[in-house]
Design a protein around this ligand. Structure first.
Ligand code: MN
Length: 283
């Protein structure tokens, strides 16, 4: 199932080149809980939403993908976790490029661990990226985004994939400089997730996915998720040793080589096999 959040707070599932509007299912969910329970309400109720969609989506209104403005499919992640330098060739390019690493040695993921991106930076592809600090370099980072489906703490890698709700395409937009990653990668609109969210049953092996990112007509990033240093299961094990993972938490799994600067007016086309493609405008 490909679940999307579109236009004016509509909920849909993507079927071929159309979106079936299943917003009515939200009437069945308790969206008014206070204090809010940890995690994203929609992901907590994913099985209910799936059953509803299977039963009723055929009879709901269908819209052409051309009429869809995609927001982030996850609205309220409790946290967005980032994996720094999790592809060897990106580590190599970062070490070779003083502009990226500011002259410092790049610490390995095993030593440096993970970081958090502010949830306020989250947007969908239809919302676009608005660059800040025009005098400084800002790069695109194409990443597989993993959405957690079940609450877990100290999850062993051998069980980790059973905690995954699904996958989306992620862009970890990064201001280069000396500040902490958590600051430079948390600027409004610098976390793009979309275009939809593919449930994990459709992607049994997240390490065999082709990744590709174009800026305008130029190919910038092309890799395969099997080149991750820590794979998805190991990242979940690592992260959950430090913090409880909740439904809707998003893990950005690191970017392959080919990061490059963005300029206002650029158009990013990002694709990951078995998920799809998203187009993101840069302003
Ligand atoms: Mn990144």
């Amino acid at each position: 199932m490909k679940l999307c959040h579109f236009n004016a707070n509509r909920l849909g599932i993507v079927v071929d080149s159309e979106v079936a509007d299943i917003t009515a299912v939200l009437e069945d969910l308790d969206l008014s809980t206070w204090p809010s329970i940890s995690g994203d309400i929609l992901i907590r109720n994913l099985e209910y939403v799936r059953n509803y969609a299977e039963k009723y989506s055929n009879s709901m209104e269908h819209l052409s993908l051309d009429d869809i403005h995609f927001h982030s499919p996850i609205l309220s992640p409790g946290k967005i976790i980032g994996a720094p330098v999790n592809y060897q060739l990106h580590l190599d390019e970062a070490e070779a490029d003083r502009e990226i690493n500011m002259g410092k040695a790049i610490a390995r993921i095993h030593e440096i661990g993970l970081f958090l991106k502010a949830t306020s930076s989250l947007v969908g592809p239809g919302d676009g990226i608005t660059l800040q600090f025009p005098d400084r370099r800002t790069d695109h980072e194409l990443e597989l985004a993993v959405v957690i489906g079940h609450t877990g703490y100290k999850i062993p890698a051998s069980e980790a994939l059973s905690y995954v709700a699904g996958y989306a395409i992620g862009l970890d937009i990064t201001l280069r400089g000396t500040e902490e990653r958590s600051l430079r990668k948390s600027i409004d609109s610098y976390t793009v997730v979309g275009p939809w969210f593919v449930t994990a049953d459709e992607i049994p092996d997240p390490q065999i996915l082709d990744m590709k990112l174009m800026v305008n007509d130029s190919l910038r990033q092309k890799s395969l998720t099997d080149k991750m240093i820590l794979n998805v299961a190991e990242l979940i094990e690592f992260a959950s040793r430090f913090y409880t993972l909740y439904p809707g938490d998003i893990i950005f799994t690191g970017t392959p080589e080919g990061v490059s600067p963005l300029e206002p007016g650029d158009v990013i086309t990002a694709s990951i096999s078995q998920i799809g493609e998203m187009i993101v405008h840069v302003a």
